[in-house]
Design a protein. Sequence first.
Length: 259
Amino acid sequence: MSKKPAQSILHDLPVVVHGLGFIEGHYVTNSLDALLVNYKRGFRVFEIDLNMTSDGHLVARHDWTPGHYQYLGQAYQPVAGPILFETFMSLKIHGKYQPASWEDILQVMKEHPDLYVITDTKERDKNQVNQTFSYLVKAAKKVDPKILDRVIPQIYDPAMLSYIQSHYDFKHIIYTLYHHINIQSPEQLADWSARNHITAVAAFPFRLKDDMRTALQKRGILVYAHTINDPAEAAAYRTQGIGIYTDYLFYDGISFVGP
């Protein structure tokens, strides 16, 4: 089992940028351009969607559905599921933004040692999780093994914790609840999270009742809500000690503001 980690980058509840953030009216592009623009804006913690291509490369992509191609302003590729890496990298997002491979993200992290990435890998199947995290860890070690201490995986159920730990003993882990239909009691969730040194629990607002927030915070587990895009709602969460994932809000140290 992991040792209790040092204080996390999430301790002060920095805003987590969803899908690499807002750029020129677009969000959740997972583009290299969005990452660089939002880093310059002052963001330091980025949630990124990761998927495997059909030929086994890890890339920044929410999904392979026809609707997502449309959302990104791309011509739909007439295949069911993942496409070839070369094809993925050739498809500009909204006609101008650069798609990102995991290697691209690692290079940016190497150049910016205060940049942290939260993974959203979607899959819970053991084989798929192992494929993704084997690639993720090996590629990071080739660039700089220390980068892995700035990678914060999101797990979707308790079993996934052991899958990812077989590849690397990550310093910080987020247990995100969006895959769950039936949630454990707040006390059970808090106890399991504390025993397993989970850094934070992230959930949709409807799950974050007072009893869950209180149980988690009593055990030292940070709490995040997603995805929050209303400044007043974000401010209300902060007064409760809850952080947010957002598509485009920015916290200036006093209040939340939009683009």
